[in-house]
Structure formats: C-alpha cells, structure tokens
Design a protein around this ligand. Structure first.
Ligand code: AMP
Length: 190
C-alpha cells in the first residue's frame, strides 16, 4: 500500500497532479478542499462553517478537518493506497494522520512537495480564479492570505517528514506532463 502526501502551497498544482497520479498508481485521491467545497455546495452545516474560514483565506479548525478526513478514509476500506491533497496542513493534522495510518496498520510512505516561487503562485491562482469560479482564487487579498497561512502553519511540515526521511521536493514549474514525470520518478522509488 502506497500512501502519499502531495504537498505544496496553494497554486502549486497539487489538485491537477493528484488527478493524474491517482490513476497511474491506483490510489484514492482525497482533497480536503474539494470535500469542503462539496459541503458548501450541498449547504451542509459543515459547509457553512468551513466557508467562513475559506472566504478569508484561513485554515478550517483542526478538529473538524481531522474528523472529516478520517471519515473519508474510513469510507474507502477497499483502497490500495491514498493520495492526500491539501492535508495535512498543520502539525496537529500530521500527528492525526500518523495515528490514523497506524490504526490501519499502514503508514505514509512519502511527502512529495511541489516547489513553486510565491509570485508565480499568485499569478496562477488569479488566473485559475477567472475560470474556476472559486471565490478564494478571484481575490488577490485572499490569495495572498492563503499563501501567508501556508507559511505560518503548513510549511513547517516539511521538517516533520524530513525527520522521518520521507520528504521529496520536486520542481513544480514547467508543463503539466513534465511535472508529472518528475513526480512519477519519485513515486516509483517508493
Ligand atoms: P485547497 O482546495 O486545498 O486550496 O483548500 C481551500 C481551502 O479549504 C483552504 O484555503 C482552507 O480554508 C480549507 N482547507 C482545505 N484543506 C484544509 C486543511 N487540511 N486544513 C484546514 N483547512 C483546509
């Protein structure tokens, strides 16, 4: 079983690459951002709560995010492995993921991080905002706040996985298929 954390700041290309890699490696793709957006669309209480944070570019509190992620994992007992996209984003989430994997007698094999310079992230997110209809991509203040939130709370997770010798940085700039090839190369070594 291969369990991968696909990591990187907002706009690094995690969602795009996860869609491709899940088929290539037969993994279940879980994007916490997608699950929140589905809840907003379905007008659930979880969606309403998450929206108030997402609209400001802030992280949704750990407890709800962790419970939601655990439920998504539990819903897929058939999975051959997972690709986590947008989770974990805090140290508490990383700890919870360790415990959840241990519970299932498995583990995270690698954190694969897409590395992209900040100014390019802003450009990509604003561009995506024109087409995707995502409110948090359309507003430059919110976009910059999401990147700031990444550096405040999430970037530190590199060290968490480096300490376990599981961190792999990959250049996230270039054509989509070029970047996929770089990721596949790393995943094939696991
Ligand atoms: P994303 O689609 O991954 O860019 O996530 C969009 C938004 O959903 C983020 O800006 C957060 O507000 C929220 N979100 C997604 N994943 C998490 C997470 N693991 N922890 C907290 N908030 C999250």
């Amino acid at each position: 079983m291969k369990n991968i954390v696909l990591f990187g700041p907002p706009g690094a290309g995690k969602g795009t690459q996860a869609q491709i890699l899940k088929d290539e490696f037969n993994l279940v793709h879980i994007s916490t951002g997608d699950v929140f957006r589905k809840n907003i669309k379905d007008q659930t209480p979880l969606g309403a709560m998450a929206k108030s944070y997402m609209d400001q570019g802030h992280l949704v509190p750990d407890e709800v995010t962790i419970n939601m992620l655990a439920a998504e994992v539990e819903a897929r007992p058939d999975a051959q492995g997972f690709i986590f996209d947008g989770f974990p984003r805090t140290e508490a989430q990383a700890q919870a993921l360790e415990a959840l994997m241990a519970d299932k007698k498995t583990q995270i094999n690698a954190m694969v991080a897409l590395e992209v310079a900040d100014e390019l992230l802003v450009e990509r997110l604003l561009e995506r905002g024109k087409a995707s209809g995502r409110a948090d991509d359309a507003n430059e203040t919110v976009v910059r706040e999401r990147i700031a939130e990444y550096y405040r709370k999430t970037d530190v997770l590199k060290r968490f996985y480096q300490a376990q010798d599981k961190y792999h940085g990959v250049d996230g700039v270039g054509a989509i298929d070029q970047i996929t090839q770089r990721l596949v190369q790393v995943l094939n070594t696991l």
